[in-house]
Design a protein around this ligand. Structure first.
Ligand SMILES: Nc1ncnc2c1ncn2[C@@H]1O[C@H](COP(=O)(O)OP(=O)(O)OP(=O)(O)O)[C@@H](O)[C@H]1O
Ligand SMILES: [Mg+2]
Length: 666
């Protein structure tokens, strides 16, 4: 459509043309400001008014074009259009109530009329400073310009609140049917993307449908029910009112697990009925639409268009399930021809104390309470089933339990599956811990049962021993897996110096780094301490022995005493050097232990070195060290040995036990 050139109408010529005052708008600056310029915040809300006017004009098609290049928005419809009289008495009239004037349904399609206040067109002023309207009716072509700057200037200078819009000559009105509105001089940042607008409009009308012969396009694309694109996310669905009307929506909720229908009767005497649906989704994150923001909420509609963007927010309900709620409720009784108008001027919400709105809110609150009562149970039950079906390890675990504990275990699985966690690997961790805790409790129950036995029951004991073993193996498997992953990180340190530094830093706290078969030390670990400090009273110590600072020493549960000596990576050592130092420590600590009442203590010395010690003959180090129960490793070799040993353990243990087999599969 060519709208070019209409912009450039010579205003001097226009001034003359409007002397005839073909068009007149009577409006105060205040009304313009409060019911127009400052009222709406987004393009979708404004265009909702224009689309609604198209519906009221019996249009079958409303086309919206967002022209980012020219920064213009064009809206055209193929409706009834307007005569000069319609323009002056309706379009340019502020607050003309068409329903009071008897127009409650449209002449051609007998649609229930959406318009009511006679204010909708003012919304255009909140996104554009210049509005050109072209319209055709009864063969008459009419056009005029509403220019906010000029309106403001005229109203400020005149006293009668009259503004005379510039006329557009008939030959410039290039449409043949309906009405075209061109918005230009757009208020900053009011332009939006076609995709976003489509989604928003889809959510603001239920009448946009082929069934009702009413189509809306945005830049050529048809706005469709599927643009709402939330139905597939619905997990539980509650419908209100006539099921048949809702059938296609119900069918589109392809992933719903449960559905319940309510009659939607809000007031049986007055025949007030709420129609529509409330649903909950599986994860609250599904309601975060990256294009239009959070869609968590319940939209209220009347006569197929939005009247309240989110009634859920009005309840200030902090319960968890409300974060999963989405819904759409059509309540035509909010907009009855012979009752008061309860929409606020901006039509984003409703007049709070209207009894119909109060009644509807109370009804919705009751429904939400009902949903809240069952939601957790549904989630637990279905979550349990879902986890059992989809997670092989869970299925296996449950199947191996006897019926009574299985029932309880299912409940636990359901709880974990139902927890509002968006990260599935976190949930797996919870399953692991849940299974261990469950098994532990089961074992405790068995032990409690043993307490009550009056006679020895060999079967019972055997069962409990087996279960204890299983559980321990499960735990240990978890521990070893974690250790192995740490050691593997160390192994990745390609620089020997860095490896030595890390080992020195952590080895004292984590003696298992040395060797997995190393038993846990008793709490006798000492680091960098001379023997004199602890055993100062032992007089047989030579001065050298007393002074020597042992890097690490500790006693194993079995009674063996271990000394660990750590050498710097770059330090080269000889076999005899290690032996001399080791002998001193060995002799010193042996004396100390004898003095404290252990006649023949077993003391071993381990050296961690950067490189192979220098030797006068092959095998010298091992030979010398064997005299003092000594051994030596390089840091790298120690790590390799640990990896080997832990991996072997894991490989072996995998075959044997029920609980950790499950944990591992998770
Ligand atoms: N696209 C259109 N085609 C034909 N007539 C229109 C069109 N847009 C507006 N009108 C006429 O202008 C009038 C004023 O529109 P406006 O949107 O301001 O008020 P309304 O629709 O009557 O009520 P509401 O304020 O509730 O929208 C309409 O009642 C209608 O007669
Ligand atoms: Mg309107």
């Amino acid at each position: 459509m060519n709208t070019q050139g209409m912009n450039d109408i010579d205003s001097a010529v226009q001034d003359q043309a409007t002397e005839a005052n073909k068009y007149r708008m009577n409006i105060s600056l205040n009304v313009l400001k409060h019911l127009g310029i400052n009222l709406y915040s987004n393009v979708a809300a404004v265009l909702t008014e224009t689309v609604a006017n198209g519906w009221d004009a019996d249009a079958e098609k409303v086309e919206i074009n967002l022209n980012q290049e020219s920064d213009q928005i064009e809206i055209s419809d193929d409706g009834c259009g307007m005569t000069v009289d319609d323009i002056n008495k309706r379009f340019l009239m502020i607050g003309h109530d068409r329903r009071k004037a008897g127009y409650t349904t449209t002449p051609e399609f007998t649609r229930p009329v959406m318009g009511r206040k006679g204010l909708g067109k003012l919304s255009l002023f909140s996104i554009a400073r210049k509005i050109r309207i072209y319209t055709v009716k009864d063969g008459q072509k009419n056009g005029f310009i509403l220019d906010v700057d000029k309106i403001e200037a005229t109203l400020k200078s005149g006293e009668d609140n009259n503004y005379y819009p510039e006329e557009i000559p008939a030959e410039d009105v290039v449409i043949s049917k309906g009405t075209l509105i061109v918005l230009s001089d757009l208020v900053k940042s009011r332009m939006t993307s076609p995709k976003v607008l489509k989604k928003r409009l889809a959510r603001r009308f239920t009448v946009i449908s082929d069934n009702l012969n009413f189509m809306v396009t945005v830049n050529g694309d048809k706005v469709q029910v599927s643009d709402r694109d939330y139905s597939s996310k619905i997990e539980y669905l509650w419908t209100l009112g006539d099921q048949n009307q809702l059938q296609s929506f119900i069918d589109s909720c392809s992933n719903k697990k449960r559905h319940k229908a309510w009659d939607g009767i809000v007031d049986p005497q007055q025949q007030y009925i709420a129609e529509g649906w409330i649903g909950t989704v599986e994860t609250s994150g599904q309601l975060k639409d990256n294009e239009i923001g959070n869609i968590n909420g319940v939209v209220l509609m009347a006569r197929g268009r939005v009247v309240h963007e989110d009634v859920l927010g009005e309840f200030n309900d902090g319960r968890l399930f409300t974060k999963y709620v989405i819904g759409e409720i059509n309540a035509d009784f909010l907009d009855l021809d012979d009752e008061q108008d309860i929409a606020t001027s901006s039509r984003q919400s409703l007049i709070e104390d209207d009894p119909r709105y109060q009644q509807l809110k109370a009804y919705i609150q009751q429904r939400l309470n009902e949903i809240g009562r069952v939601w957790h149970d549904f989630r637990n039950e279905d979550g349990g089933k879902q986890a059992e079906e989809n997670i092989g390890a869970i299925k296996e675990w449950l199947s191996e339990l006897r019926p009574a504990p299985r029932k309880a275990a299912r409940k636990l699985v359901g709880h974990i599956q139902g927890l509002p966690i968006d990260n599935e690997s976190d949930r797996k961790e919870l399953f692991k811990h849940g299974i261990i805790a469950f098994e532990k409790m089961r074992m405790k129950e068995q032990l409690d049962k043993l307490d009550t036995l009056t006679t020895f029951d060999a079967e019972q004991f055997k069962m409990i021993f087996d279960e204890v073993d299983e559980l321990e193996a499960g735990y240990y498997h978890e521990i070893v897996t974690e250790r192995l992953s740490i050691i593997k990180q160390l192994e990745k340190l390609k620089d020997d110096n860095a490896l030595e530094v890390e080992m020195q830093k952590h080895i004292f706290q984590h003696l298992w780094l040395l060797d997995p078969s190393w038993e846990r030390a008793t709490s006798s670990e000492r680091m960098e301490e001379s023997l004199k400090k602890e055993f100062g009273q032992v007089t047989s110590l030579t001065e050298d022995e007393a002074k020597g600072r042992l890097d690490i020493r500790y006693q194993k549960v079995s009674g063996a005493n271990v000394i660990i000596e750590l050498k710097r990576q770059e330090r080269s050592v000889s076999a005899s050097e290690l032996y001399n130092q080791g002998s001193k420590y060995h002799a010193g600590w042996t004396k100390c232990l004898q003095d404290s009442g252990q006649p023949s203590p077993y003391v071993e010395v381990i050296f961690l070195v950067g490189n192979h010690p220098s030797e006068r003959r092959p095998g010298e180090t091992d030979q010398l060290l064997s005299n003092i129960n000594g051994r030596w490793f390089t840091y790298r070799r120690l790590i390799e040995a640990a990896i080997q040993c832990y991996s072997d353990y894991l490989k072996e243990s995998e075959k044997v036990n029920r609980v950790h087999k499950i944990l591992k599969k998770l």
